[in-house]
Write a new protein. Structure first.
Length: 133
């Protein structure tokens, strides 16, 4: 199953989703064929729970699930990001920052930044050429 299909499958049950499912989903999206070290190409790794990073057993390079994504350096939990994506999509991207703040139980500045980042990435995706062009 493709990552996009996995996300769509989770959407109807978004209220029941937990952190573990979010981490699994993001892992599958970032490394669809399994973990591959960006430094040495090794597939052997372990997870450091305290730092929430994956470390290559061969070269010891550490990488988080969110590095290289719009979630990079965000303090919001992955589950809040995925719920925000779901809510924005469900509401045709017309959801206010206040409504997002209330739905996710986060501060207004966090909701505003989150909404702005999701709109930015949407613009990038929409600007990409399709297979038909």
């Amino acid at each position: 199953m493709k990552p996009k299909e996995k996300f769509q499958e989770l959407c109807p049950t978004m209220s029941k989703i937990d952190d573990e499912k979010c981490v699994k989903l993001l892992f599958d999206m970032k490394w669809p064929g399994g973990y591959i070290c960006k430094n040495c190409g090794s597939e052997d790794f372990y997870f450091i729970k305290g730092r929430k990073v994956f470390e290559c057993r061969k070269c010891r390079i550490q990488e988080s699930l969110t590095s290289g994504t719009i979630m990079h350096k965000s303090r919001l939990p992955i589950i809040k990001w995925l719920k925000a994506m779901y809510l924005m999509r469900k509401n045709s991207n017309s959801m206010s920052s206040v409504k997002l703040m209330e739905s996710l139980e986060i501060s207004y500045p966090s909701a505003w930044r989150l909404k702005r980042k999701l709109h930015e990435i949407k613009k990038v995706i929409e600007s990409l050429p399709t297979n038909h062009e």
